[in-house]
Design a protein around this ligand. Structure first.
Ligand code: AMP
Length: 602
């Protein structure tokens, strides 16, 4: 596709093409069917744009058909789960679409996961095939398809574009299985059929009047379910999907520049990233941006005000758990709103929301209770976990149609007088750190698995308005356990986002009356001694200055662990960018992850 095509922002509309995207009949269709319709209607329009290169709707569809054929030859069919462990690229979109066309459901796997966790996912989901563009990815018994090679082969294959017949996929079939943190110590796979995702997408398309002239940014990792709307909303609307580079998806300056350059009109942010995005001293011309969806964690009224101060777009607070197809509520934020909290709003189409007491009866109007979700969006449950599924996906007594179920969210909410819903917090130990859903119990189980740990408790602290994960650990008697031991032990087991930023070694954990750890009193255990090791040469001085700026801590010494000092993956990326710019060299995120003190990094 030529650069001229790319500069033509408005997608062409083919006269006389089949009407797609307008009727509620779409609710009965599958994601890939809705997308394939555009390859007939506007085959030459840019579907995916990445790093200056475009992929047209026709190319996307042909390549996906070709790969789907290959997947079918490998035995992929209705109900098969196929892993996808890829950095973001047009091939990733081809891979996702091919999996759906073959009748399978995709299982996103972060290619950077520690080996042990990756193996767990492959075996827990019984994955027969994994698509990847990461060299040397080991996926146990699963067949690994190298997407770079597959793409080259497809280009040389004259028959590409032919889609062999298979059983017809229905919209009650699974579209994806996303793993989310599990309190029992291992993640659990949430099974989500096409129909709930299509319901959300059609609702979004109608509500925000998405057309082929829109440009939607994709930057959330595939393991976060909002990524599904970022990528499918434009593709079911004949619009343009812009892919952010996986390594820079947390870099606000990069995102802003990309959005300005590609004239993004619709984007999604979790509040933590939205804050760093809006706090940039300079923002480029983002006049094309007309709608922002914010969700995944609490949107504060301060952040809402900052949004309206910096941008002219509309912003909407949206709420939804992975278990219920992306989102279930919508609150259009108002510029003149002076309230102290931003509601999560009202139910979207074909969705029912109930606020119930412990007896599963509705609480009185305005009273707090647990939020339950019913309707088309309710997922199928947890993969191979009938026990857990039965605990959280209950028969819906308020809707007697068929076998209606409702999902128990664990979120405390209340109805406001205008019928909108106010989010009040969790009733359990699930937390959100930079938009990532974490069960504290899972973090604790992994820390406790270390031989030199007798007991551990994890919690979140507020650091400058951001939630950070911290852990309190009782080492076994006589052990010489260090933070570094613990951190490198956890790095072999957990994704980076689930590794606490700080560890405190303590002699006992505070208990509440019922014998459980009293998380609220953990903070009181914190010691406050810290010796700063100053840099010894020019290189260390320069690096240390960068460490200190990024961590906003002038006390960082050369032996202080980046992650122990409040660093996380987002800040690590920031560090990489600053080191690159100061030293005019190429630095990878892995180099920071492997050398986490100034001394080692130097
Ligand atoms: P996830 O499954 O990762 O989407 O996380 C779902 C959980 O994130 C919900 O159960 C809530 O606790 C929280 N959450 C999602 N969206 C919001 C929001 N807009 N405001 C407050 N909490 C939210």
């Amino acid at each position: 596709m030529s650069d001229r095509d790319l500069s033509d922002h408005k997608q062409p509309d083919a006269p006389g093409a089949p009407p797609v995207g307008s009727s509620d009949g779409d609710l009965d269709l599958c994601l890939h069917t809705l997308i394939a319709a555009w390859s007939q209607r506007t085959p030459d329009a840019v579907a995916v744009l990445y790093d200056g290169h475009g992929l047209s709707y026709r190319e996307l569809n042909d390549r996906a058909d070709s790969l789907a054929g290959r997947l079918r030859q490998q035995g992929v069919g209705i109900g098969s789960l196929v892993g996808i462990a890829m950095k973001r690229s047009p091939d990733m979109i081809v891979g996702l679409l091919a999996i759906l066309k073959a009748g399978g459901a995709y299982v996103p796997i972060d290619p950077r996961l520690p080996h042990e966790r990756l193996q767990f996912l492959v075996s827990d989901a019984h994955l027969g095939v994994v698509l990847t563009n990461r060299r040397g990815l080991a996926a146990g018994d699963a067949l690994v398809i190298d997407m770079d090679q597959a793409t080259r082969e497809m280009r040389n294959d004259d028959r590409s574009g032919s889609c062999p017949e298979g059983a017809t996929v229905e919209n009650g079939d699974l579209a994806y299985v996303i793993y989310t943190s599990g309190s029992t110590g291992q993640p659990k796979g949430v099974m989500v059929p096409h129909r709930g995702v299509v319901n959300w997408l059609v609702w979004m398309r109608n509500t925000f009047e998405v057309t082929s002239a829109d440009v939607v940014l994709k930057k959330a990792p595939l393991t976060f379910d909002v990524s599904a709307w970022e990528l499918f909303l434009p593709l079911i609307s004949g619009a343009r999907l812009v892919l952010a580079d996986s390594d820079r998806q947390h870099d606000p300056a990069y995102l802003a520049a990309l959005m300005a350059e590609t004239r993004v009109s619709i984007a999604q942010f979790v509040p933590s990233l939205m804050r760093s995005f809006l706090e940039q001293p300079e923002l480029p011309d983002l006049s094309a941006l007309r709608h922002v969806m914010c969700g995944g964690e609490v949107l504060s009224s301060t952040l809402q005000s900052l949004f309206f101060k910096r941008l002219t777009a509309e912003v909407c607070n949206s709420y939804g758990p992975t278990e219920c197809s992306i989102g279930v509520t919508r609150w259009p934020c108002r510029r003149d709103d002076t309230r102290h909290s931003v509601p999560i709003g009202y139910a979207i189409d074909n969705t029912e929301l109930y606020i119930l007491g412990p007896d599963l009866n509705p609480v009185p109007p305005g009273a707090a209770g647990e939020l339950f979700i019913g309707g088309i969006c309710v997922g199928r449950g947890y993969l191979n976990r009938p026990d857990l599924t039965a605990e959280t996906f209950l028969p819906n007594p308020f809707n007697t149609a068929g076998e209606a179920r409702m999902y128990r969210t664990g979120d405390r909410c209340r109805f406001l007088p205008d019928g909108s819903i106010d989010f009040l917090g969790r009733i359990d130990d699930q937390v959100k750190v930079r938009g990532v859903r974490i069960e504290l119990g899972e973090v604790e189980k992994h820390i406790q698995a270390h031989d030199a740990v007798e007991a551990a408790a994890a919690t979140v602290d507020d650091a400058d308005g951001e939630a950070v994960l911290v852990a309190y650990v009782i080492p076994t008697a006589g052990s010489a356990l260090t933070e570094r031991d613990l951190r490198s032990f956890l790095r072999r087991k957990l994704p980076l986002a689930m590794i606490p930023s700080s560890f405190y070694f303590v002699e006992a954990l505070p208990l509440s009356a019922n014998g459980k750890v009293d998380r609220k009193r953990l903070k009181l255990l914190r010691p406050a001694v810290h010796t700063v090791m100053e840099p010894r040469d020019n290189l260390e001085w320069r690096l240390c200055a960068i460490w200190r700026t990024v961590l906003k801590d002038p006390e960082i010494g050369i032996q202080d662990d980046f992650f122990d000092s409040g660093g996380d993956s987002l800040l690590a990326m920031n560090l990489v960018l600053r080191v690159e710019s100061a030293f005019k060299i190429k630095v990878t995120l892995d180099q920071v992850l492997d050398h986490f003190t100034v001394e080692e990094f130097a």
